[in-house]
Design a protein around this ligand. Structure first.
Ligand code: NAD
Length: 401
């Protein structure tokens, strides 16, 4: 159980790029990173594309005015000169800026936490991965709900064979907030999401499905996709070629099959993330509408509802527990869990503690790489008319160069 006691010797000096007043995701980062004030301390930021608004915002959340910067380049330069300069930075800006800001941050000797989808291409990720290795830095990716402790419960039960051999994987991440064209006109955050120059090669495949895809890998680390078929649509035609809905069928190497539905036009849908794993003996199901519950359905027996914080759960699940039973936990605690793991990873990297790094389960740069690879393969299939394609291996850095 986590109670805020320190896991590293002192909190890391941390900054944000983006995440300002009008940002959708900024507060999630701060509730995650600052939940345990023993992990991170927010000391600087280039919070907004608009300097004055970003500065006012930074001051309002307690950052010194002189450390609220007009842009990330100035921030990295000025912070580098300080003895108490930042050690880690979060990048919470639109997708098309991630690559250049990540690169600049690593070149400035910072650990990086970056939003998903990490970059536009696997080549970019491999280049940055090499740079991070050279610099001895961590790059974490904020697949927020992956920090939910029931993911670790699913992983443990699958590993122990509680559901038997996996046969069917059903994944879903949908919402209905972009059901009409109006959304694209009035929301800045929606406008860039349907602009390929800023969003990248996809809309919902990158924006939504990368989360649940990573979670599926987290709970079933041995399940590798062999081929997939992706059919993507733009129900709001002005969004083409970017999709607002997609179905993906998967064939796994062990013979299992899967399907993924991702959508921003699932009208009326408010809680849209679902994972159902069907095995030869039983099934497991998790919905983000009840994130502290897991449905465990053994064929021929009454279904069981496993509830978080209970002693019958696996130790790895209860290790990420915060509030104990009787109360509701959800997205904020999941973010706090991944940020705590980022802090532990950064500290271990700084100390050269390979054992901690090898045993820590968190969304690292490889998770970012897999997300980009997933998008690339889905788009490759969809753009050839929804055909089956081999799930291509990411090329090695040597092949890329
Ligand atoms: P947004 O449009 O709501 O906010 C973007 C913010 O970045 C704004 O504050 C803007 O002023 C700022 N910004 C843009 N360019 C900047 C720059 N060069 N320097 C400094 N600030 C800059 O976008 P959003 O919905 O918050 O999405 C941002 C990123 O977060 C995207 O990559 C998105 O995919 C991701 N996201 C992730 C989650 C999650 O659950 N992990 C949720 C939402 C968004």
């Amino acid at each position: 159980m986590l109670n805020g006691e320190k896991k590293i010797s002192r909190p890391l000096r941390w900054a944000m790029v983006g995440g300002g007043r009008l940002s959708q995701v900024g507060y999630k980062h701060r509730t995650g990173a600052l939940r345990d004030n023993t992990a991170f301390q927010l000391v600087a930021g280039a919070f907004d594309i608009d300097y004055e608004r970003g500065k006012e915002f930074g001051v309002n959340i307690g950052v010194d005015e002189e450390r609220c910067y007009p842009d990330y380049k100035t921030m990295f330069l000025e912070e580098h000169k300080r003895e108490d300069g930042i050690e880690a930075v979060t990048i919470a800006t639109p997708n098309g800026t991630h690559y250049e800001i990540c690169k600049a941050a690593l070149e400035a000797d910072l650990h990086v936490i970056c939003e998903k989808p990490l970059f536009f291409t696997t080549e970019e990720v491999l280049e940055i991965k090499e740079l991070a290795e050279q610099k001895g830095k961590i790059l974490g990716v904020t697949y927020g709900y992956s920090g939910n402790q029931m993911m670790m419960q699913m992983r443990a039960m699958i590993e122990k064979g509680d559901i038997g051999d996996i046969r069917i994987v059903e994944l879903q991440y949908t919402h209905g907030f972009s059901s009409t064209e109006e959304a694209d006109k009035f929301s800045d955050a929606q406008k860039w999401r349907v602009d390929p120059k800023i969003s990248g090669p996809s809309f919902v495949l990158g924006d939504l499905s990368t989360h649940t895809y990573y979670m599926s890998q987290l709970i079933m680390p041995d399940m590798k996709i062999k081929k997939l078929l992706c059919d993507r649509q733009s129900f709001i035609s002005s969004r083409a070629p970017l999709e607002d809905n997609a179905f993906v069928m998967m064939h796994y190497e062990n013979g299992a099959v899967g399907r993924f539905w991702t959508s921003a036009v699932n009208a009326g849908c408010m809680d849209g993330q679902r994972i159902r794993i069907v095995g030869s003996k039983a099934s497991l199901e998790w919905w983000d509408s009840k994130p502290g519950e897991l449905s465990y359905e053994i064929q021929g027996q009454p279904a069981q509802k496993l509830i978080r914080a209970m002693p019958y759960l696996d130790d790895s699940c209860n290790a990420d527990e915060r509030l104990a039973a009787l109360h509701v936990e959800g997205l904020s605690e999941a973010w706090a869990n991944i940020y705590l793991k980022f802090a532990i990873a950064i500290d271990a990297k700084n100390r050269g503690d390979h054992e901690t790094l090898e045993n820590l389960i968190y969304p690292d740069i490889n998770a970012g790489l897999e997300g980009v690879r997933w998008i690339e393969n889905c788009v490759r299939s969809a753009d050839q008319g929804a055909i089956w394609v081999d799930f291509e291996d990411v090329p090695t850095a040597q092949e890329v160069n």
